[in-house]
Design a protein around this ligand. Structure first.
Ligand code: ATP
Ligand code: MG
Length: 570
């Protein structure tokens, strides 16, 4: 492709509202343009990147036995009512009404549509397992679209759905998809971790997220430095700590702590370290008040509370609810003598606490010399957030904290959709059974952003070769020198004939701006042709990912690039 023909309008400045590097660079590099909040145009360079990612996905999913389909984006409300999600999904589901008054939505995901398709035609165990996927535009009216392609409202997703005869068979499919995902993200050149993830309402089933490691990621994950345990912090388990305990403290005392509400404030005021505090959160569990206790230096994980109680919702109580439950203003809750809650739940680390401090359930006061067990009772469980430096739940190692961008998700669904929607088959004995499902998503456009987050420098994008829009860019440095232009044209033709995706910067621009744009756009190999080197039969060869600029004989450029390609394929 010639730059004079390519529609890649590069910009000097990033948009003012850009939050992350990928958004800045993809806009500046002429890859994307914003049409409306969370809704983007993909220009030719971006379209090429997406196509390369899609090709990798198709190759690996086809090899894993999945079949590609294309399902409608506009979905009738009836099937969503059948699954129970028309009411449940909330405002993220963009609903529309057609001219006859029929209710529809724009597909945020396709479980309902696929179940409707499969239950209609698949009746016998002989047709299973069946695994169908598509690569398609999704729409979710996200509360806060952000960071460009990372959280769009309209975005490109690969979604797959599997149907098996029973759990055992469905787990074999799950593992095959998990492995296909590992190959897909590795081939895309991403540094990622597969982490255990929350399974939401379907407790006890299996779910993994594939997280690209990047500081700008929205997710917090932990990964063991010794074994292969890795999990989203929402999910990460912690081992039960050693008993702790110690001699009984003096009797509990109430001390005045005027205006001191946060752990930091009270800790400084009383001269006690945060780990001697019992932090008391008032939460509402399906509408009922509970207290959750964690050590002052720990954070509560409300998803663990939700799972422990099998609740539909757990939320922090409002100020008014805190006052109702504790009889004190916000900031002074504590477990001693706490009457206004249905139960007190405490993290394991509280069990061994002696001589601790906590809120007194009185305005401007705390209690000291508090012993767990002696001064209050609680139900103990693993209730806190894991973090950097915590012990691994599987081995003697330590957990390390990372930020991640979720680019993929594999989920064992069981019969969550097949049971209510009666997606059944007849087994060998002629008995009707619900199919056992899995679902598997990949954020295709999010991968593009994640790849840039992970691969850029101050000058621009550094594409992993496997998903770059072009492999090589040729820069003729003096357009007024016929021999330079001619050599560039010849190399362009030769490389194209050798099967390379080549970009030729044939614009009548200064060498300086050609270098700047080439670095911004991020093509893996750059061949610069200048008159002085050319007189000796040489060109400048440079890899975008680093390494020095080399002088290479013009005649050897093609074989150099072929060797680099062979090296990558190994
Ligand atoms: P998130 O927690 O980020 O909202 P999700 O759990 O809603 O993700 P899934 O429903 O599992 O996501 O969707 C499958 C994949 O689609 C995700 O792993 C992610 O890569 C991608 N994805 C989800 N929402 C968006 C979005 N708003 N913009 C871009 N990609 C998205
Ligand atoms: Mg979401």
């Amino acid at each position: 492709m010639r730059m004079t023909r390519l529609h890649a309008p590069t910009l000097k400045e990033a948009p003012k509202d850009a939050e992350v590097q990928s958004q800045k660079m993809l806009v500046r590099g002429g890859y994307i343009r914003k049409l409306a909040a969370g809704i983007y145009d993909f220009l030719p360079l971006a379209n090429r990147v997406l196509r390369r990612i899609e090709t990798i996905i198709r190759e690996e999913l086809d090899a894993a036995g999945a079949q590609e389909v294309r399902l409608p984006m506009v979905q009738p409300a009836e099937i969503w009512e059948e699954s129970g999600r028309w009411g449940f999904y909330g405002p993220e589901l963009l609903r529309l009404v057609d001219r006859k008054g029929g209710n529809f939505c724009l597909g945020p995901t396709h479980e309902e549509v696929i179940v409707e398709l499969v239950r209609r035609d698949v009746r016998s165990w002989r047709a299973l397992p069946l695994n169908l996927y598509q690569i398609q535009t999704k729409f979710r009216d996200e509360i806060r679209p952000r960071a460009g392609l990372m959280r769009g409202r309209e975005f490109l997703m690969k979604d797959a759905y599997s149907f098996d005869v029973d759990d055992a068979s469905a787990l074999v499919t799950y593992d095959a998809m998990y492995q296909a995902y590992e190959r897909i993200f590795a081939r895309c050149g991403l540094d990622f971790r597969a982490v255990e993830a929350d399974t939401g309402a379907i407790g006890g089933s299996r779910s993994h997220e594939f997280q690209v490691l990047a500081d700008s990621g929205e997710d917090a994950i932990v990964s063991c430095d010794t074994c292969d345990y890795a999990a989203n912090v929402e999910q990460a388990e912690l081992p039960v700590p050693a008993a702790g305990g110690g001699p009984e403290s003096a009797a509990v005392e109430v001390v005045a702590t005027p205006g001191q509400r946060t752990i930091e404030e009270v800790s400084a005021f009383l001269g006690l370290p945060a780990e001697r505090f019992i932090k008391t959160l008032v939460v509402t569990v399906d509408g009922r008040p509970y207290a959750v206790l964690v050590r002052g230096d720990h954070e509560a994980n409300l998803l663990k509370v939700k799972r422990l109680l099998g609740a539909a919702s757990v939320e922090l109580a409002t100020d008014a609810e805190v006052v109702a439950a504790t009889g004190a203003p916000v900031g002074f809750a504590g477990p001693v003598g706490l009457k206004g809650v249905d139960g007190i739940l405490a993290d394991h680390a509280i069990a061994g606490l002696r001589d601790a401090a906590t809120g007194a359930n009185l305005a401007d006061a705390h209690r000291i010399h508090v012993d767990a067990g002696r001064d209050f009772d609680a139900r103990y469980a693993d209730l806190r957030l894991a973090g950097d430096g915590d012990p691994c739940p599987r081995c003697d190692g330590r957990l390390r904290g990372f930020r991640g961008i979720e680019v993929g998700h594999v989920f064992f669904l069981g019969t969550k959709y097949s049971a209510p929607m009666r997606c059944n088959y007849l087994d060998e004995a002629g008995q009707e059974r619900p199919m056992v499902m899995g679902c598997y998503g990949i954020g295709v456009s999010r991968i593009m952003a994640a790849a840039v987050e992970q691969n850029h420098d101050e000058r621009g994008i550094v594409w992993p070769a496997a998903i770059a829009p072009y492999e090589v860019v040729i820069l003729p440095l003096q357009m007024n020198k016929p021999e330079v232009v001619e050599a560039a044209e010849q190399l362009y033709a030769d490389l194209a004939r050798a099967g390379f995706d080549v970009l030729l910067d044939d614009r009548n621009e200064r060498a300086g701006s050609k270098f700047i744009d080439a670095e911004l756009i991020g093509i893996p190999y750059r061949i610069a042709i200048g008159a002085r080197d050319l007189a000796e039969g040489n060109v400048e060869f440079k890899q975008r990912a680093g390494g020095d600029m080399e002088r290479v004989a013009l005649a050897e450029v093609t074989s150099r690039l072929q060797a680099a390609r062979a090296e990558r394929a190994r």
